[in-house]
Design a protein around this ligand. Structure first.
Ligand code: DNO
Length: 354
């Protein structure tokens, strides 16, 4: 019987959420993590990878998914040094594969990873969540010295000046250039992933539109179709991130789940609900009725098309007084995991009875 594998993101020793807590979430299989103390583009020490594996396995869990191995900006920009960084990337694929990793999540967003305008917006029930209001994005400029907009998803190793520099390098770059650089990267890493039997799973751009004038291309069905054809190999797949795609009403996430699961190209799923507003979105509890996405429909589409990859609850709200890394507390993500288990069990048993 094909079955999803439930997973949970863990930020290593620094994380307030411990592996001992994660293992107590029913049905938990895999810990999703990364080596966090190596700058983007460099090779991860095998000893650090093996230490993660050891710790995770000592807690009765598996270490099968890495999120993320960051892609150096020179690769996205197509600069001459990219070959060196791509070689390092390939070496990282080989090294994590040697430790038993089966799936690697990464993204190809210029400079800024996921972006929100507030990390502790108070919802009606008193919980807090991450929100994105376009008018606030339009007002802020992360490059201005008086801007206090820095977000947990962003690479903190840049100084404001360096950030300005790298952003300015994208000014002359079109979406087509970014596509060409992505293709160049995939043509070199996918054969290595195939050899190592690792599934590469690109994460959609979050939110799925251009921000701060930078090109973004992993945003919608048409572009995901194009992406999968760049290197038409099952090792070149996606992380279906319901919240990243679902924050635009143009995306039909359940349809995409169905289509790409049927093609065997979804290797990892981030399940999260969002409430789409006229001018932005709010992250909400996982339950369908709390947001704009029909989580049942998405799960059913995955089930019906034989999805057997990794799935994790994505960002949670902060509830019950918990404090910590925005989006990545224990309690609401654990509720999310339990909800995903419930959906899957109901779908599975419902189908068996037919
Ligand atoms: C946000 C995450 C992203 C994701 C990267 C993948 O919470 O989903 O930061 O890890 O985009 O590279």
């Amino acid at each position: 019987m094909k079955r999803m594998k439930l997973s949970f993101r863990w930020y290593g020793e620094e994380d307030k959420v411990s592996l001992a807590h994660i293992r107590q979430i029913p049905g938990m299989h895999t810990v999703v993590t990364a080596v966090y103390d190596v700058p983007p583009g460099e090779v991860w020490p095998q000893a650090s990878i093996n230490a993660l594996k050891k710790q995770i396995e000592e807690n009765g869990l598996h270490f099968e998914v890495v999120e993320s191995i960051p892609v150096h900006e020179d690769i996205k920009l197509g600069k001459p040094k990219r070959d060196r960084y791509i070689e390092n990337y390939c070496e990282n694929i080989r090294r994590v594969a040697a430790a038993g990793v089966k799936c690697i999540c990464y993204n190809f967003m210029p400079v800024f990873d996921w972006t929100r305008t507030q990390l502790d917006h108070v919802l009606a029930d008193g919980s807090t969540s991450l929100v994105y209001y376009q008018e606030q994005v339009d007002r802020v400029n992360p490059l201005q010295s008086d801007s206090d907009l820095t977000l947990p998803g962003w690479d903190a190793s840049y100084s404001r000046e360096e950030l300005k520099q790298v952003v300015s390098e994208y000014q002359s770059m079109t979406e087509e250039d970014l596509w060409a650089n992505l293709k160049y990267f995939l043509e070199r890493i996918i054969p290595v992933a195939a050899q190592c039997e690792v599934k590469m799973a690109i994460h959609e751009d979050d939110p799925c539109w251009s921000i701060f004038g930078l090109p973004r291309i992993i945003t919608c069905e048409e572009n995901l179709d194009r992406f999968l054809k760049l290197v038409d190999d099952p090792h070149n797949g996606i992380t279906l991130c319901t919240g990243s795609l679902g924050c635009s009403c143009c995306n039909n996430v359940a349809k995409m789940a169905e289509k790409y699961a049927a093609m065997g190209r979804i290797h990892f799923v981030h399940m999260r609900n969002v409430k789409v507003l006229a001018d932005g979105f709010e992250e909400r509890a996982h339950l369908s009725e709390c947001g704009s996405l029909d989580m049942y429909e998405i799960m059913k589409a995955l089930y019906d098309h034989g999805f057997s990859g990794y799935i994790r609850p994505d960002h949670g709200r902060m509830i019950w007084g918990e404090t910590g890394r925005p989006g990545y507390g224990l309690y609401d993500r654990a509720l999310g995991a339990t909800y995903l288990n419930g959906l899957w069990e109901a779908i599975e048993k419902g189908e068996r009875k037919k």
